[in-house]
Write a protein that binds this ligand. Sequence first.
Ligand code: ADP
Length: 703
Amino acid sequence: MTTERRPHRPDEPDGRWAPRSWPLWWSAALVLIFFLASASVWLAPQGSSVAAWWPASGVAVALGLRTRRDRLAATLVAIVVVTTAANVWGGRTWGTSVGFGLANGAEVAVVVWFFRSRPAPPPFASLTDLGRLVLATVCGAGAAAVIAGLTVAPVGLVTPAAARAVFASHAAAILVIVPMTMVHLPQQAHAGRLERVLQPLVLAASIGGVYAVEGALPLAFAPMPVLVWGAARFGVRFATVELLLSGIAMSLLTTAGRGPFPTTAARWDYPPEMVGTMLQAVLVSSALVSLPVALLTDELSALLARARASAETLQGVMEAATQTAIITTDVLGRVTSFNAGAENLLGWTAADVVGRATPALWHDEGQLARRSADTGLEPGLRVLVASLEGRPGSERRDWTWRSRGGEELIVSLRVSPLLDAAGQVTGWLGIAEDVTRSRRSEQVLRSALEREREAGQRLVELDRAKTEFVAAVSHELRTPMTSVIGNLELLLDDEAGSVSASQRAALERADRNARRLLGMLEELLLLSRVESGTFELRVGRTDVRDVVEQALHTLDVTRVRSGVHVELHEPDHPVELEADGEQLERAVMNLVSNAVKFTPAGGRVDIDVEDDGTAVTVSVSDTGVGIEAADVDRLFDRFYRAPGAVRGAVPGTGLGLSIVKAVAERHGGTVTVASTPGSGSTFTLRLPRNPSTPEGPAGRVGA
Ligand code: ADP
């Protein structure tokens, strides 16, 4: 039998003997079979047609189990030939010898068939392995018995005594010899040296005491308990060797006419085959009792060794976790283990707490009480585990612990039940990590965010109050201001009597400033409408050329500042779109008045109206002071004035561009600026024909 997948080591004397040593082992086994078979024939009880014991069949089966499948046929033939030859040499007739040879070959074939799917040599490590061997042995020895029985019987009849004797002698040989050649679990040390010497001595004494003397049939099974003792204390390997040696000793003594069976057979006139059958019955029984005990012993000690190894691994892991507290308790909560991590975290040593304390020692009592009140669970430590009872799994939760030194810790604790093989809870496992720092920083962050949110909220409220205030004040001031301007006009038109030249100059200054004030009030009002979302356009068909011309007229640029050349470039056809003409005029006025304001005398301002079909653009370029790159981003903010404007005492409020932006956006358009400090700026108002066409955000800037 072979297993192709097993790694092959050339010098390994296993089922696949190395190619070079294979012929040696093979021939040695066949020679051994020949001698054992011949010896058995020679030593067969007087008058018996079959031998008392047939160890050759044990060796033959062992050889069959270690033979590669492709060599099995040759091996079987060799076994038939060798056993036939041994029988002939032992003095049997050719016919009987060939029959017995075939019986041996068939037996090996049957046993090997039972192990066809097992590795070679097959394992002998569990009761299942023993069960398979017993079944294979019964069938193999049965086949041999039938063939041998037919061989020695008159034609067509099986001789029952011969068949029984062959069955017993072959079965005993297979059960005693073959387990020795199979693969066992590693041997564990069970017993002391004294026992190792004592047990074989007692076995030898019991065999000698029963089988070397005459009679004593009731004591025939006396060696069996001693064999079981050996099996229970020393395992499979030892038990198989003792079984073999006992089998040899008992057979030799029985063949020599000693022990319980020959005298009994003589007294009761049993057929001579009966002697062997009785002896083999003892051997088979001994094997069937001691082998399971030996197997269980080995299995148990392998399991114990494995359990001990995993307990040691677990212990190692627990001790290596110096930053994680791993604590186990029994069902009542008493600490059963306390690792180095727990010692580091809590300040107690394992000796302080194991078997002496419960986790109540470090758990915050108030927190446990609050949790039990919140959940309705029993108070005390039960709240840690109550939710886990009766269901598998674990639970993670933050808890407050207090160390031996009184320091408060926040730990993230995972609790899970420890279960025995039957699934009963035998204790609890707690694994905790110190999360004090991260939880505290989370807390600080959360309250900072909360404060930030409240401040933001207050700012929004303040801003709304300011917008409302500005709207109310602007609205209230507009009416008296309009009246002031009206009355100034009356005075200037001499409707209240003629005024002197100096009075006129004063009235004109008052009129100019009153109008500026009114303009400012209107801008404030408009911005507060934009902010409160109540700024509505009055849209109508509008020729942008008219809008720009009207703005220039209203502004009366030459009056605002002389020495700046203002030039308008516009198409000679109408440039119409749906727009609020009044607001557009306001926007254009702001752009042009800024351009004029920030351009020194001798400079120029160019206003270009263009229509590319999808949008109308009004760009206002000047050769003025320009704008620093750092200021560009904030130009469109309310009340923002570049430091240059403030320093140069250029009059203004910082509202104009935010109004331009608001008007542009309400029309679905944009206002952008490109400027070079010292050389001038270009502001471009772009108004799409179809305002739903997405345009870039208003106030986008290029320099
Ligand atoms: P105001 O003109 O009342 O100061 P604006 O909102 O119209 O307010 O303009 C904001 C700022 O933008 C101005 O104070 C000025 O610093 C800058 N600015 C606007 N237009 C120009 C321009 N054409 N050339 C240089 N700077 C300008």
